[in-house]
Design a protein around this ligand. Structure first.
Ligand code: SF4
Length: 501
C-alpha cells in the first residue's frame, strides 16, 4: 500500500476553506500545534544577535544561485559523477517518476522505503510506484500517519498536523496490521507509545528494503554532497541501510559551497522546529566503497522551476528552504488548515509557489490561491530567506486577472470596469454618491447595511456594510465653501454634514 490520496480535483480555496472552517476540531488541532512551534521559533531566533544578517546572507546566497543556476548545477553534476553517483535530469513529474520506477524495476524490488520529501510528493511518486506494482513505505512518523490514514498532508514539516493523538492511535490500531507489524492491543495515545509503535512497525521494512528514495534539503555544488536534515533518525536509516539510494531533488536546492551551507544549517532548524540544531543532519557524497548504499542515483527535477525562474518578481519563491515558518504564523492557514490549498505546498508559500509551478489561468483552484491571504505580511517577517510573499501574491493576482481578460466578464472584472467608468468623470461620481446616500438611507439601519442583492450579497452574507454617508464630502465642500461657511444642517439629511464653525 502507498499513499495514493491526491489533491487532484480539489475545489477552489474559498469553497474548501468554508468547509474547513466548519470543523472546530481541525481548527483546534492546528491552532495548538502552530502556536507551540511559533513560540519555540521566536525564542531560539531571538538568541542570535545576527539573525537578521543571517537572513540577508541566505537571501543573497540563494539569489546568486538563481542567477547562476546553470553553472552551479553543472558543477554539482560533475562533482556527483566524480564521486560515483549517477545523475539524471527530469523535465517534469512524469519523466522523474519514470526514472525512479525504471531504477527500482532494474533491481526487481516490489517495495522501497522513503525519507520524507516534498519533491517526491510534488511529483506524486508514490502513486507512480504503486501503478508499477512497487509499494512505497513512508518512514517519517507524520508521513506514516498520513499514509496509513489514506490522508493528504496538510503542512510541509508536520504533514499530520491536523490529527490529534487519539486520532493517530485509532489510525495505528486500524491500519498497521494490514501492511505489516500491527500495533499492540493495549496501545495508548501517549506520544512516546505511539512513536514506539511506529518504530517497531517500520524496523522490519528498513531491514528488508533494498532500495530507498529520499529528497534533499541541499545539494552542495563544490563537492556534490547531498544533505538531509530530520528529527527522528528514520532518514539516516534509509540513507545508510539499503543497497540502492535514489534522491529526487529540485534544481533550486543547489548551494555553491559548504560555507554557504553553514548559513542555512543555522536558519533551517530554528525556523522550522524551533531547535538550534536538527537531531540528525545527514550528508553523503556519491558512493563510499563498503559504507552505505553502493549505487546512488540523483534525479534533478525542473517540473516548472525554470518557468518560475523566468518570472522576475516570482523567482524569489525559489529561495524557499521549506521551513514552514510562514504557515505557522499565517492567520488564514491557522483557520483553514492545509488541505484547503489543494496542493502539497500549503500556506503562504503554497499560495505563490503552486500557481507559478502549475501556471495561472489554467484552472479555478490554482487561480484562487493568490487570493488566499489577508496580505498581513507576517509570512515575510519570519521567512528566513526573506521571500516577500505579499509582493508575489499581489503580482500573481494581477496575472490571474490578466489571464481572464476578454470573453464574458466575471464579477470582479465587471465591478472594476464599472468603477473605472464612474471614477473617470467627476459628474458621474457625484451622481453615484448622491444615489449611494439615498440608497444608504433606504437600506441602512443604524449606520449599517445588513443585506444586499447578489452578487453583493457575497459580502453582506458574512458581514455588515457601513451605510454610505448621507452627504458626500464633495457636496459638503461645495455647500460650506470648504468649511468656511456655516450653512446649518444638511438640507436633506438633518444633523449630518455640518461644516466647521
Ligand atoms: S517561504 Fe520562507 S518561511 Fe515559508 S517555507 Fe519557504 S523559507 Fe520557510
Amino acid at each position: 500500500m502507498s499513499n495514493t490520496a491526491t489533491f487532484v480535483g480539489m475545489p477552489p480555496f474559498p469553497v474548501a476553506a468554508k468547509k474547513a472552517l466548519a470543523n472546530s476540531q481541525l481548527r483546534s488541532n492546528i491552532r495548538n500545534a502552530t502556536h507551540t512551534i511559533r513560540a519555540k521559533r521566536a525564542r531560539v531566533c531571538a538568541e542570535l544577535d545576527d539573525f537578521e544578517e543571517l537572513r540577508q546572507a541566505a537571501a543573497d546566497i540563494k539569489d546568486d544561485m538563481l542567477g547562476n543556476m546553470v553553472r552551479y548545477l553543472e558543477q554539482a553534476e560533475e562533482s556527483l559523477t566524480a564521486a560515483g553517483a549517477t545523475v539524471h535530469w527530469a523535465r517534469d513529474a512524469a519523466e522523474a517518476n519514470r526514472i525512479v520506477v525504471d531504477i527500482a524495476r532494474s533491481h526487481k524490488v516490489d517495495e522501497v522505503v522513503k525519507v520524507k520529501s516534498m519533491a517526491t510528493q510534488e511529483i506524486e511518486l508514490n502513486a507512480a510506484l504503486e501503478a508499477a506494482g512497487i509499494a512505497a513505505w513512508e518512514t517519517d512518523l507524520a508521513e506514516l500517519i498520513v499514509q496509513l490514514g489514506n490522508d493528504l498532508p496538510s503542512h510541509i514539516l508536520v504533514p499530520a498536523i491536523h490529527r490529534n493523538r487519539s486520532e493517530v492511535r485509532e489510525i495505528f490500531m486500524r491500519e498497521m496490521g494490514k501492511v505489516g507489524k500491527p500495533a499492540e492491543a493495549d496501545l495508548s495515545d501517549e506520544p512516546a507509545e505511539l512513536a514506539g509503535a511506529a518504530r517497531r512497525h517500520l524496523r522490519e521494512k528498513f531491514l528488508r528494503a533494498k532500495v530507498a528514495v529520499s529528497g534533499g534539503n541541499f545539494l552542495v555544488a563544490e563537492t556534490g554532497t547531498l544533505v538531509v536534515v530530520e528529527s527522528e533518525g528514520n532518514g539516516r536509516m534509509c540513507l545508510t541501510l539499503p543497497e540502492v539510494l535514489i534522491s529526487v531533488v529540485g534544481i533550486e536546492k543547489v548551494v555553491p559551497t559548504w560555507t554557504d551551507l553553514e548559513v542555512f544549517l543555522q536558519l533551517l532548524p530554528r525556523s522550522a522546529t524551533g531547535e538550534r540544531m536538527n537531531p540528525y543532519t545527514s550528508t553523503w557524497t556519491g558512493v563510499t566503497p563498503g559504507d552505505g548504499p553502493q549505487e546512488v542515483h540523483v534525479v534533478l527535477i525542473d517540473n516548472g522551476r525554470t518557468k518560475v525562474l523566468a518570472d522576475e518578481v516570482g523567482r524569489q519563491a525559489l529561495r524557499c528552504i521549506r521551513c514552514s515558518a510562514c504557515m505557522n504564523v499565517c492567520p488564514v492557514y491557522e483557520r483553514t488548515g492545509g488541505h484547503a490549498y489543494g496542493s502539497v505546498y500549503p500556506g503562504p508559500i503554497g499560495a505563490i509557489l503552486t500557481p507559478m509551478l502549475r501556471g495561472v489561468g489554467v484552472d479555478k483552484q490554482t487561480d484562487s490561491l493568490p487570493f488566499a491571504s489577508s496580505l498581513c505580511g507576517a509570512c515575510y517577517e519570519v521567512c528566513p530567506v526573506q521571500i516577500n510573499i505579499p509582493e508575489v501574491l499581489i503580482h500573481l493576482r494581477g496575472k490571474v486577472v490578466d489571464s481572464h481578460r476578454g470573453g464574458v466578464p466575471g464579477t470582479l472584472q465587471a465591478t472594476m470596469t464599472g468603477a473605472s467608468w464612474t471614477l473617470g468623470r467627476g459628474g458621474r461620481l457625484a451622481l453615484l454618491q448622491t444615489l449611494a446616500g439615498l440608497g444608504g438611507r433606504v437600506l441602512g439601519r443604524g449606520g449599517l447595511i445588513g443585506r444586499l442583492p447578489a452578487p453583493l450579497s457575497r459580502w453582506t452574507d458574512a458581514r455588515d456594510l457601513p451605510a454610505p454617508p448621507r452627504e458626500s464630502f464633495r457636496h459638503w465642500w461645495t455647500r460650506t465653501d470648504g468649511g468656511r461657511r456655516d450653512t446649518g444642517p444638511h438640507p436633506v439629511t438633518p444633523g449630518q454634514g455640518r461644516g466647521k464653525k
